[in-house]
Design a protein around this ligand. Sequence first.
Ligand code: ITT
Length: 196
Amino acid sequence: MMTPPKRAVYLVSRNIHKYLEARQIFLAHGLNLVLLRVKALEIQSENLEDIAKFRASYAAENWGVPVISEDAGLFVDALNGFPGPYSSYAYKTIGCRGILRLLEGVENRRARFRSAVAYCPGPNKQPLCFVGETLGRISTEERGSHGFGFDPIFIPEEGDGRTFAEMTRGEKNRYSHRAKAMRKFVKWYLGAVRSE
Ligand code: ITT
């Protein structure tokens, strides 16, 4: 059996884009992040934090390593927050085009991405959660080829009018919900490690 490197944090996810975005933030703070690309049990919930916490605890329990898990979603104001916690399913079924179609002729295009990053230090340990949110709007057409999921139709408010998919990973990390939540985690983690 391979011994896990000391202090390595694992991200349980099947989404390589998520991992590469998160890893960039970890590396910028001198930390490594290892991808645990396994299918961990997931719960159905309307609460991103509960979903992330459950998966982090489940993975830490089963693989015996410190784990983070991230759950994210796109919440569209004019659709009363849809697809929200069902974003993964909505992406697979109706995709970006489906969201654009639902918003045809709709003036209010406000939307937000939310991210919940849960950290579980190991088996039988309580998970902690860090959240990030990015306000923006849904474009009128798909633009850009970077990133994943709903990136081609989301224009962050803090940006320059480009969609996330028109930005490099580094640019998206300046504004994204995931980057905000990951940075909160990294700050907390560095403090916790220092005081050990
Ligand atoms: P894992 O659960 O394996 O980590 P996932 O892709 O299923 O990967 P989520 O359940 O957290 O991840 O994400 C739900 C969906 O929300 C995802 O499939 C995308 O369609 C969308 N999404 C989340 N974050 C996004 C982002 O930064 N850019 C674009 N779409 C995003």
